[in-house]
Design a protein around this ligand. Structure first.
Ligand SMILES: N[C@@H](CCC(=O)N[C@@H](CS)C(=O)NCC(=O)O)C(=O)O
Length: 261
């Protein structure tokens, strides 16, 4: 049995993506929370980016290459389909997930002028981080500002297309998300789950499950509500790498029942 350690913070979409891949593949692993302020837990890597995945004596970076590595070492329950063509198709949509779906959230944080909602969300995130790697009060208090000025967020947003506002991007991404579902049952119209589902799922349900959103907006779309139900059967009740006591809404008893007709 391999010794697997996932290093990161649960507020990172890329860390949760790798976490969900490990859960789906039923590979026991240790989640090692990393303090995003001092990164002491990943000093051994000589850099600051998460997720870091360590398998026995080797560590690597970058969520998609990490998922490819997992498939190479543990081919059962593949994340990239059965053929090179399927893998290419999955990689293309995975690029959309990073460049559009995930980026759109960061762009919102970066471009929205500071307001009550942004502060409340940022403090909730600081609480979650602090529950796993305790942060001093002054850092928690400053989290809304720290998020807005984080170098890696600034870098990601500035590298992207700047002609589109954060709101325009959010609306476009909402439409494209549904197009990429292609009628399901899993993303890209696939019969079996793939990396795409494990990258998208934790991103879409995170805010609702940790209580920074009151509703699960996507559950209003019947096809996506059914997809969420399908996904919850493949993953543990809390697949988000946050402590259980931080979960406000569980998805287990039939998600979005309040949205059903
Ligand atoms: N392409 C990488 C992106 C990872 C990434 O941007 N991680 C962020 C957290 S969401 C990070 O570690 N930022 C701090 C840094 O890069 O120093 C992946 O897919 O894993």
């Amino acid at each position: 049995m391999a010794d697997i350690k996932l290093y990161g913070y649960s507020t990172s979409p890329y860390v949760r993506k790798v976490g969900c891949c490990l859960y789906y593949k039923q590979l026991p692993f240790e989640f090692v929370p990393v303090n995003p302020v001092d990164n002491s837990q990943i000093k051994f890597t000589g850099q600051t980016q998460v997720p870091v995945l360590q398998i026995d004596d080797e560590w690597r970076l970058d969520s998609t290459p990490l998922a490819l590595w997992l498939d190479e070492l543990f081919p059962e329950l593949p994340l990239f389909g059965q053929s090179p063509e399927e893998r290419e198709e999955i990689l293309a949509v995975d690029k959309w997930i990073s460049d559009s779906l995930i980026l759109s959230g960061f762009k919102m944080v970066y471009e929205t002028p500071m307001n009550a909602r942004l502060r409340a969300t940022a403090w909730r995130l600081a609480n979650i981080v602090s529950s796993q790697t305790p942060l001093p009060d002054e850092i928690r208090n400053a989290w809304p500002q720290l998020l807005k000025t984080a170098q890696f967020i600034k870098h990601m947003v500035r590298c992207a297309d700047t002609s589109e506002s954060a709101r325009e991007m959010r609306d476009r991404v909402g439409l494209e998300l549904f197009q990429h579902f292609r009628g399901g049952p899993f993303f890209a119209g696939r019969a079996e789950p793939s990396l795409l589902d494990f990258a998208i799922f934790p991103q879409l349900v995170f805010g609702y499950m940790v209580g920074s959103e009151d509703e699960l907006a996507i559950a209003k779309v019947p096809e996506l509500r059914e997809w969420i139900d399908r996904m919850t059967k493949l993953l543990p009740e809390n697949p988000l790498l946050v402590p259980d006591f931080m979960i406000i809404h569980s998805l287990k008893q039939g998600v979005g029942e309040e949205f059903a007709a």
